[in-house]
Design a protein around this ligand. Structure first.
Ligand SMILES: [Zn+2]
Length: 306
């Protein structure tokens, strides 16, 4: 990268930090929230077929400048293990991971796509998501009559799903539940564990419509449930929904993520600062934030405890 470009990036970062500092001071009269050690497992970036505000490298630089520990690049339609490996070579002081979402763009539940990702150079592929936008649950609950990707048939996991679970176990990858129905998640957790999957995350559990009782069962199955800032920022959820679930099940059952990167929304680090502030204002303790924003997401990537 040329010297001029590097200076431009640094100026943008400095301007961003200054703007946040001023706004934070005006609103709260309190010091800025530290993202030191924070891990964001829901990190959208460009290039994408949906509009994104920052690309892999820009977003990684902003996360590193904010002191974050690790990010997981997420794209609904293409693998990010390769992009994470390239970003790792361009950005210091940040662990950058990628994965694969099993939507129709990669052939749906396609074990061969998982097998290839797991052996890509750089070794940054860490998470495989079950279908998101193309999930049967997403399609049928939105009333769409478009094609979708099933994971169960007559209540039983499809053979390709079990093959994917075996690959996750073999390569020590993390299973993410995508936009599956809560009932599907509960059906698949014991299957994944039986086949040796070590780490399971439940994608934005509130947006998937899980009840508190279903969340309790997921937690009892050792899955860690995502609570994302986008749902609150976008108005779909209130922070109090999250707080009451944390009070009922314990912070150990959850991890916080941004789910940001969309054009027009705040960048990840700014969203995460607002999220931590909102949690603290709602009575969540610093120790609970540590569990949900640092320890649990690090565990889900197989990183050492923070
Ligand atoms: Zn997302």
């Amino acid at each position: 990268m040329g010297g001029m470009k590097r200076i431009a990036v640094l100026l943008v970062v400095a301007a961003g930090v200054a703007a946040v500092g001023v706004a934070g001071w005006a609103e709260s009269q309190e010091p800025e929230i530290s993202l030191e050690g924070v891990v964001d497992l829901h990190f959208h970036t460009g290039p994408d077929s949906r509009p994104r505000s920052v690309d892999d490298i820009e977003a990684s630089r902003l996360a590193a400048a904010a002191g974050m520990r690790a990010i997981l690049l997420k794209n609904h339609f293409t693998m990010t293990a390769d992009r994470a490996a390239i970003a790792m070579g361009q950005v210091d002081g940040l662990e950058i991971f990628g994965g694969l979402v099993l939507n129709r763009a990669v052939g749906g539940i396609n074990p061969e796509a998982v097998r290839q990702m797991a052996t890509f150079s750089g070794g940054r592929g860490k998470v495989v998501w079950l279908p998101t936008f193309d999930s049967e649950y997403a399609a049928t609950s939105s009333g769409s009559d478009g094609p979708y990707v099933s994971i169960l048939e007559d209540g039983e996991p499809l053979p390709a799903v079990l093959e994917v679970f075996e690959l996750l176990a073999e390569h020590d990858l993390t299973l993410a539940m995508g936009h599956s129905a809560p009932g599907e998640v509960l059906r698949l957790i014991p299957e994944a564990k039986r086949l040796g999957v070590q780490r399971i995350l439940v994608t934005h559990v509130f947006s998937q419509g899980a009840t508190l009782e279903q969340m309790r069962e997921m937690a009892e199955g050792d899955a860690i449930m995502e609570i994302d800032w986008l749902a609150v920022y976008g108005g779909g959820r209130s922070i109090d929904d999250y707080v009451s679930a944390i009070r009922a099940l314990g912070a150990e059952a959850f991890f916080m993520s941004s789910d940001l990167g969309q054009a027009g929304n705040p960048v990840h680090a700014d969203g995460l600062r607002a999220y931590v502030r909102a949690m603290l204002d709602a009575g969540i303790t610093e120790a609970e934030i540590d569990i949900m924003a640092r320890r649990n997401p690090a565990r889900l990537l197989g990183l050492d405890p923070w």
